[in-house]
Ligand binder design. Structure first.
Ligand code: CS2
Ligand code: MG
Length: 403
């Protein structure tokens, strides 16, 4: 059995900050786990270095569940994004090791392929509806079967999901939080025309997704859901902040537009009511922020019992290590829905060589033993950590709001 001999945290910033855990064993086999929490990276790095990795040395790397339970129950202060991202990194690295020892890609250890490939969605965005449609047509020409559309809001200087760079969207944009200004009224007027024009230009054989990014009240989300029904969205994401899971009952009463939520969730407890009352259609929890492959499979199994499908978060602030792990999970889980795929920059891909592939809207993790992803430590060492915060949002009257 492979005994853990070392565990180190690698912080690197090839275009944006990433935190990676590397666990090494006495058999010379090592595993990688993503521990990146956008805007709070060093909190997780410290949690790992100061409170987790010392406890790993000498343990049997095959005992993934026991180590998971040790880190979860042993923390006393359970759950939360920092703790669960740290646990996720350990879990993911141990699955990587197990696959390498077995000589199998991780998806084979998870029950094998439940589908031929993983449908992904890309992010089309633009300052105007026209620019967004233009970007969406590019994604469609590349074979994407699902495209998220986000456009600028007339009257607002900025909005979520619209990047300066059309292809790469990186929201953590400054050394201290930048302040954005928001108007729900202006936003709600802008989305239905976006979808109408998108359907005119792209047709009906492509899934269209949209992210409201936690900015509506339940009745506003109900309004938007109803307005979008004629355009058949694949999902309306993060319509409402989900601390109060019961909020989604009101949305459900008014609209059949499918709902997705969960990219900021860190455990099954954050979505238990949403799932068991079927208040959502897709759960967005991820490998890196929801306790790793082990816990995400629990969430997916619970969701499967309630007709909820997976739709893992896959933004640029989740590293290629997480993307690789997510694809092994996506390929094997029975109630797969869709996988977000915001491409990483070439410098990030160079720092994290990987086996996963994209072909005409579908991805595959590859068949290398383990996760099939590496970190080029020499290259990674060249990219110094640079503090970067996510923006904050205020209403036009200055009231602090949700970003
Ligand atoms: C977004 C993310 O991809 C998404 O659905 O919600 O871009 C999110 O804003 C970032 O991951 C935050 O770090
Ligand atoms: Mg989102």
């Amino acid at each position: 059995m492979p005994i853990i001999t070392s565990a180190k945290v690698i912080v690197t910033s090839p275009g944006r900050n990433f935190v990676t855990l590397k666990i090494e064993t006495d058999e010379g086999i090592y595993g990688l786990g993503d521990a990146t929490l956008n805007g709070r990276e060093l909190a997780v790095a410290s949690y790992l270095t100061d409170h987790v990795t010392p406890c790993l040395i000498g343990r049997d790397a095959h005992r993934i569940e026991d180590i998971w339970q040790f880190l979860y129950k042993g923390a006393y202060w359970r759950r939360g994004p920092v703790t669960m991202s740290a646990i996720a990194a350990v879990d993911t690295a141990l699955w990587d090791i197990k696959g390498k020892v077995a000589g199998l890609p991780v998806y084979q250890l998870l029950g094998g392929a439940a589908r031929e490939g993983v449908m992904v969605y890309g992010h089309a965005n633009g300052a105007t509806i026209e620019e967004t449609i233009e970007a969406a047509l590019i994604y469609q020409s590349e074979g994407y079967k699902a495209i998220r559309i986000q456009s600028g809001v007339p009257g607002l200087a900025s909005t979520y999901g619209v990047s300066k760079d059309r292809y790469f969207y990186e929201p953590a944009d400054a050394d201290l939080p930048t302040e954005n200004v928001w108007s729900t009224e202006k936003y709600l007027r802008s989305v239905p025309p976006l979808f109408e024009k998108a359907r005119e230009a792209l047709g009906w054989d492509v899934h269209l997704l949209h992210d409201a990014h936690h900015r509506l009240t339940p009745i506003e989300a109900a309004r938007l859901g109803k307005d979008l029904e004629p355009f058949r969205p694949f999902w309306l994401e993060d319509a409402v902040p989900a601390e109060n899971q019961a909020n989604f009952r009101l949305i459900r009463q008014h609209t059949t537009t499918p709902l997705a939520v969960g990219e900021i969730f860190s455990s099954v407890w954050d979505c238990k009511q949403l799932i068991e009352e079927q208040l959502i259609d897709y759960i967005r929890a991820t490998v890196v922020h929801a306790g790793g492959i082990t816990h995400l499979r629990r969430i997916a199994s619970f969701a499967d019992m309630h007709n909820v499908r997976t739709g893992c978060h896959g933004a640029t602030d989740l590293s290629p290590v997480c993307m690789a792990a997510a694809l092994h999970f996506d390929l094997s889980v029975p109630n797969f829905g869709v996988q977000e795929y915001m491409r990483h920059t070439p410098e990030t891909d160079a720092a994290f060589p990987h086996a996963y592939t994209f072909d005409r809207g579908m991805m595959h993790p590859g068949d290398k033993p383990g996760l099939g992803v590496e970190i080029d430590e020499d290259l990674a060492a060249k990219y110094e950590y640079k503090r970067a915060f996510l923006p904050v949002n205020r209403l036009e009257d200055g009231t602090m709001f949700n970003w």
